[in-house]
Design a protein around this ligand. Structure first.
Ligand SMILES: Cc1cc2nc3c(=O)[nH]c(=O)nc-3n(C[C@H](O)[C@H](O)[C@H](O)COP(=O)(O)OP(=O)(O)OC[C@H]3O[C@@H](n4cnc5c(N)ncnc54)[C@H](O)[C@@H]3O)c2cc1C
Length: 286
């Protein structure tokens, strides 16, 4: 198994849930600082791949904030200070109830998720959704798929790579395939010089259909019905057009490639698959 820990594929994030000061929150809602019951996510504030995600509920008496950005972007201040500043600026946060922080691997999954007597699931296997860093659902799904392969392996006493392989094949041909396609999207956005993700949303190049597909983990793609509303953004950023076309072509190739992930463990077939995957992602051999 090869683990991949490039800083460019890691996000540092921190979140906090607080009780609110009701009067201040009501006043903030009146001033338009935040909607009551509203959830919003502001992208691009701390570098191209970044989010400030916020929720306020006066009825529940809580406010939530999450800030996350790419580690490699070397953004100042550190993420915890960015959260402190946000809380201070909003003005209605009261006692802290819960919170945490950590790193999130946003790259597509490990090529090889099993070894003799060993499976990698969830965050350890890079199964987070690359475009927004959510990893809980994938962690649960990979846990379930791994158990389906591990239970018979334990019953028969054969816990070899070959016996555990069905877990990897199930995952890579299913959710892994979609998340690899999302990684193509992420890398395309990452590589745009001088235009951040926020501008892509503002200009209309990224459509709400793209956001929904990301959240619901549906295959990324361009719905022809969304084309007209993207045109003004594309005219504003014409250099984006060949990038988007290239991304669409790569995405299709990547998805077709993951559908060919070897069903059974065969080192030669797997090696050839991994070489081709590296080529599609423009990666060097590690
Ligand atoms: C601030 C923040 C906010 C996030 N928000 C969201 C969100 O809203 N939605 C979402 O889907 N994802 C979110 N994520 C990502 C999500 O938390 C992870 O992708 C997910 O928790 C991965 O699950 P996991 O079980 O693979 O790993 P983890 O949840 O990291 O669990 C691994 C566990 O193993 C334990 N462990 C480590 N080493 C050892 C050891 N040697 N022995 C025993 N135990 C050990 C750890 O303590 C930990 O409890 C967020 C991440 C961060 C950092």
């Amino acid at each position: 198994m090869q683990f991949h820990d490039d800083e460019g594929d890691v996000v540092t994030a921190e979140n906090r849930l607080h009780a609110i000061d009701g009067d201040r929150a009501t006043a903030a809602v009146r001033r338009g600082v935040h909607g009551d019951g509203e959830v919003w996510s502001r992208v691009g504030e701390f570098g191209g791949y970044s989010t400030v995600y916020s929720h306020l509920s006066i009825a529940a008496g809580t406010a939530y904030v999450l800030v996350g950005f790419k580690r490699a972007d070397r953004i100042a201040p550190p993420v915890g200070i960015a959260v402190d500043r946000f809380i201070e600026q909003q003005g209605y946060y009261g006692q802290k109830l819960r919170g945490g922080g950590g790193l999130i691997r946003i790259r597509h999954s490990l090529d090889k998720m099993v070894a003799d007597g060993f499976v990698a699931i969830g965050e350890a296997a890079n199964t987070v959704v690359p475009v927004h860093g959510s990893g809980v659902a994938s962690a649960m799904l990979t846990g379930r798929l791994a158990a389906k392969a591990a239970a018979p392996a334990l019953e028969t006493g054969d816990t070899s790579t070959r016996a555990l392989w069905p877990f990897a094949a199930d995952y890579q041909r299913g959710r892994g395939r979609i998340l690899a396609a999302f990684d193509v999207v992420r890398k395309m956005v990452d590589e745009i010089p001088g235009v951040d993700a926020g501008e892509l949303f503002e200009s209309g190049i990224i459509h709400r259909d793209d956001v929904l597909r990301g959240i619901l983990v549906r295959t990324p793609g361009l719905d022809p019905r969304t084309l007209a509303s993207r045109i003004p953004g594309m005219l504003r950023h014409p250099a984006m057009i060949p990038r988007i076309v290239r991304m669409g072509l790569t995405l299709k190739k990547v998805m077709a490639h993951y559908a060919r992930y070897p069903m059974r463990y065969d080192p030669a077939a797997f090696g050839a698959w991994a070489d081709e995957k590296r080529r599609l992602f423009g990666e060097r051999a590690e």
